[in-house]
Design a protein around this ligand. Structure first.
Ligand SMILES: *Cc1c(COP(=O)(O)O)cnc(C)c1O
Length: 392
């Protein structure tokens, strides 16, 4: 808090520049309290790690190989990766990974590996897939087909089965959503593997995009299939979403035998060029490491249970006031019809077509939910909101 109230008077800048920093911080402080629509936790305090910001630290290259660049946090990064490997039921010593700049980079890494293994492979992904994936496919020039989604956001398995039947001679690279951005829907890996088996497609690769849910499912009693024990080849999880970090970050993990195909020694940095980014920040692995040791598995579990209970509360409260809200099993994404756009804007709630969502993160309180619903009711009454009316 002391830091948040900083006046910036000691900054070595002109008075007007110091003031601009103060104005920015003040507005961030206010907006942060009305932030219900994006899946990022605000519940973290890494201030005791600030001394590391005074060195040009860099985790360039492979976290498992010695590098000539000694100002790194590779050993902490490896511990973070070991924690996630265990959490995701990876085969002992059978996965490789690194701390990324976020879920997008991890997804690019997964598709890159799949494409290197099957250069001619076809990438299948659903309509509800994250917006960055079509871009990644263009960058990689990967052959791809978009599969229809069901109205709830899950892949349409019939469309998948029919499409893949046409390309039975082509290896399949499945990009599976483990929690879509808009509805939190999870593609069913059991069904996907069944369809592949029925069509005798044995050359396939499965990447799991578990940006948010990758830190939810390990801590619930009845998770949907999503990890290495369910046959995935790689996975991407965001670090700044459920764990929380002031610098966007994530974790990418893949089966080790796949990674051997892309490893290439680089003399300049004396390490292996197995990552997408060359220079990588050494600070976010420390944040993740800190959170893991501060909270531990038990702490994460109670944090997730709390998010789910606030999600339930949100669904109930919205339903009570006549707004049809729902959520997928094990998801903290509460979906309801788009309405009162002014109110949605105030609370920074993302909309897509005719739906809106609130994502209940560790810092989301029932007080905030109540205030939001009060605003919503008032907005509907005042504007005689046409979009809202049809659902109330
Ligand atoms: C947020 C998100 C991403 C992208 O992750 P970043 O960390 O923002 O790069 C990818 N997929 C899904 C499903 C997401 O929710």
């Amino acid at each position: 808090m002391a830091v948040q109230q900083g006046s910036f008077e000691d900054c070595c800048l002109s008075e007007s520049h110091n003031k601009r920093l103060k104005t920015l911080l003040d507005s961030i402080h206010i907006e942060a309290d009305r932030f219900l629509g994006y899946p990022v936790s605000q519940q973290f305090d890494y201030s005791c790690l600030f001394p590391f910001l005074t060195y040009p630290m860099n985790n360039v290259g492979d976290p498992y190989t010695q590098s000539n660049y000694h100002l790194n946090s590779h050993s902490f990064e490896r511990e973070v990766l070991a924690f996630f490997s265990k959490l995701l039921n990876a085969p002992d010593d059978g996965v490789w990974g690194y701390v990324t700049n976020g879920g997008t980079e991890g997804n690019m890494y997964g598709i890159y590996l799949g494409r290197e293994i099957f250069p001619n492979g076809m990438v299948y992904y659903s309509e509800d897939t994250h917006y960055s994936v079509p871009k990644i496919l263009r960058i990689l020039s990967a052959r791809n087909i978009m599969i229809k989604s069901q109205p709830n956001g899950e892949m349409d398995y019939q469309d998948f089965a029919e499409t893949i039947s046409i390309f039975r001679d082509v290896p399949a690279i499945i990009f599976a959503n483990i929690g879509t951005t808009m509805t939190g829907a999870m593609d069913n890996l059991t069904k996907i593997k069944e369809i592949l088996k029925q069509r005798a497609i044995t050359n396939y690769y499965i990447h799991a995009d578990a940006a948010l849910a990758g830190m939810i499912l390990p801590f619930v009693d009845h998770p949907q299939p999503f990890d290495f024990s369910s046959g995935i080849d790689s996975i991407s999880i965001s670090g700044h979403k459920m764990i929380g970090s002031p610098i966007p970050c994530g974790v990418a993990l893949a089966r080790k035998n796949h990674v051997a195909r892309i490893a290439r020694a680089v003399e300049y940095v004396g390490t292996l060029d197995t990552t997408i980014s060359g220079s990588r920040n050494a600070i976010s692995p420390l944040f993740l490491w800190y959170a893991i040791h501060q909270k531990g598995k038990l702490g994460f579990r109670s944090m997730i249970q709390n998010c789910i209970s606030v999600a339930n509360y949100t669904v109930d409260r919205l339903n009570q006031v006549g707004i049809k809200a729902w959520r997928h099993k094990n998801s903290v994404t509460v979906i309801f019809p788009k309405m009162s756009e002014k109110v949605l804007k105030k609370w920074q709630i993302a909309v897509h077509r005719d739906i809106a969502h609130i994502i209940t993160m560790p810092n989301t309180s029932k007080t905030q939910i109540n205030a939001f619903i009060d605003d919503l009711i008032q907005g509907i009454e005042e504007n005689d909101d046409v979009t809202g009316k049809q659902y109330v």
